[in-house]
Write a protein that binds this ligand. Structure first.
Ligand code: GDP
Length: 535
């Protein structure tokens, strides 16, 4: 393959160069869970492919604290799975597929260097795939496409490629090809390694593959149905003429997406995908930060918190701050400075997440994700660093799309409610706003499902029963200005429409889009922002 990266476990290759930190993005049902499991098996992290049917059970053990997740069968929480394959250490970050959690997904994607986009071969690009793509775009995250379920009746491969190419607005480079589909499915052709991979046994899972001179090798005629082979030969020739060969540099620069046709369920082209990621996917990239971007080969340790999760283990009510390391060699016990508070933090018990267990992280490198247990000191967006003051940028809060006033059933529980709302806001589950008028707290979320999660967690974890009332506003904007007088005038003019966010920054509670437009036009010295940088 062209543009391959050197990866070796030797003294010359820096540890960070062997890291591949990536996420799988997909529309629900495209096969993300199945592919994840297969990758873990291919990487030796799981001994046996957990059947997808058993997934309910597995998920329960992972996150039995979250009832809503079980009930709805949706993976709400992002988790991290670290595994090694060959010389490469993979950090796979799970992204919630449900659209209500796009904000969480966005933040997870700030912590990866590349993404694998799973597409159902019968369906092509779906709504959620589109949304996730936009997010990858914003961060310039290189994408590998896995066209899944080729063992089923699939759409014409060229029409799929056309659609994907147009949507991504990138060059595509198919690296494997399916021989037939549905009942006619006869295997896959590895276009880079010139290998034929065929179904074996009753299960029809992939064999280990066999090398040939080319797909035109007459020996293949004994192995594949003649009409399927004829069509595949034509298609592969056409594909090779129409699409450029895979080029690692071009892919890492975000100009080209390799495309793998395969079947997660039947294990077709999963090892090929892993191999491709290992050889071509970007190692830890330079991260945007102030005052200057941080390079992965800098000696000093730095990283940022992209997710905070509470109560992962019901026996320990701690929180875990998922931290992406961006430079340096981290060792356990190290003291790092926290950007928001300027205070030092001794990281005594950092955790690595493996497929089935967790382990104390004795040392970690750029690209690695460590979980830092804490009691609320760490927040999403926080930078941890050694040396010169640094703050990673581009990890925003989004103006919530759904706003509600919280109604407390038992007024004596006001204190618990307050604490709970703060905790959950720190996690990034919801946002909270405190109207200066003193009327009840307003919560903001991106999707309806988050409201259900909120109520369920209030009750299960804090013993608070609550409900929602309509909020006095349709949307919110963060207000700021360099002109202190203009700002003061504004705050004075609309005392009933100003609230403070959890950091005490003022937001405008806009009763309608029309009103927001008017206020924005009238107060030209003020900025009304839809997002706010964290950290
Ligand atoms: P997710 O919602 O994206 O995580 O999708 P799942 O991995 O749960 O898969 C959804 C359904 O598609 C399940 O019933 C899987 O067994 C099935 N599935 C996944 N991959 C394949 C595949 O390659 N071939 C076939 N035939 N079915 C698949």
């Amino acid at each position: 393959m062209d543009g391959s990266l050197p990866i070796a476990k030797d003294a010359v290759t820096p540890e960070w160069m062997r890291r591949r930190t990536f996420a799988i993005i997909a529309h629900p049902d495209a096969g993300k869970t199945t592919l994840t499991e297969r990758l873990l098996v291919a990487g030796g992290a799981l001994r046996m492919a957990g059947q997808v049917k058993a997934r309910g059970e597995r998920r329960r053990t992972q996150s039995d604290w979250m009832e809503v997740e079980q009930k709805r069968g949706i993976s709400i929480t992002s988790s991290v799975m670290t595994f090694e394959a060959g010389e490469t250490t993979f950090n796979l970050l799970d992204t919630p597929g449900h659209q209500d959690f796009s904000e969480d997904t966005y933040r997870t994607l700030t912590a990866v260097d590349s993404a694998v986009m799973v597409i159902d071969a019968a369906k092509g690009i779906e709504s959620q795939t589109l949304k996730l793509l936009e997010v990858c775009r914003l961060r310039d995250v290189p994408i590998t496409v896995f066209i899944n379920k080729v063992d089923r009746e699939a759409r014409d491969p060229f029409s799929l490629l056309d659609e994907i190419g147009e949507t991504l607005a990138l060059d595509l480079s198919p690296v494997t090809w399916a021989l037939g589909s549905g009942t006619q499915f006869q295997g896959c052709w590895d276009m880079v390694g010139n290998r034929l991979i065929r179904p074996q046994g009753e299960s029809g899972t992939a064999d280990g593959g066999r090398s040939f001179e080319s797909l035109d090798d007459p020996a293949i005629e004994k192995l594949v149905d003649p009409s399927v082979l004829e069509q595949a030969r034509e298609e592969v020739a056409l594909s090779e003429a129409a699409y450029p060969p895979v080029d690692g540099q071009s892919y890492r620069d975000g100009h080209l997406s390799p495309v793998v046709f395969g079947s997660a369920l039947k294990d077709f082209c999963v090892p090929e995908l892993l191999n491709l990621l290992s050889r071509l996917a970007p190692p830890p990239r330079t991260q945007p930060a102030a005052p200057a971007p941080v390079q992965p080969d800098e000696d000093r340790v730095s990283g940022f918190v992209f997710k905070v999760q509470a109560n992962m283990d019901p026996n320990h009510r701690d929180r875990i701050a998922f931290t992406r390391l961006c430079s340096g060699k981290f060792t356990r016990g190290m003291k790092l400075k926290q950007s928001r508070t300027g205070k030092p933090l001794a990281v005594q018990n950092p955790i690595f997440f493996f497929a089935r267990e967790r382990e104390l992280a004795e040392e970690a490198f750029a690209g690695d994700i460590i979980g830092i247990p804490n009691h609320g000191t760490l927040r999403v967006g926080d930078t941890l660093y050694e040396g010169t003051e640094t703050r990673f940028t581009g990890i925003p809060d989004f103006a919530p799309e759904i706003l509600r006033k919280v109604r407390l059933d038992d007024p004596l529980k006001a204190k618990q409610l307050n604490r709970a709302l703060h905790d959950l806001a720190e996690e990034g589950v919801t946002q909270i706003f405190f109207p200066r008028s003193g009327s009840g707290t307003v919560v903001g979320v991106v999707g309806q499902l988050q409201l259900d999660v909120l109520l369920s967690r209030l009750s299960a974890e804090y013993g608070v029963t609550a409900g929602f009332d309509p909020a006095p506003c349709e949307t919110v904007r963060w207000v700021s200005s360099d002109d202190q007088k203009a700002m003061a005038d504004f705050l004075k003019k609309y005392p009933a429409r100003i609230a403070d966010d959890r950091d005490g920054d003022p937001v405008y509670l806009a009763p309608s889009a029309w009103d927001l437009g008017r206020v924005t036009d009238d107060w030209t010295k003020l900025s009304f922002a839809k997002t706010k940088e964290r950290g």
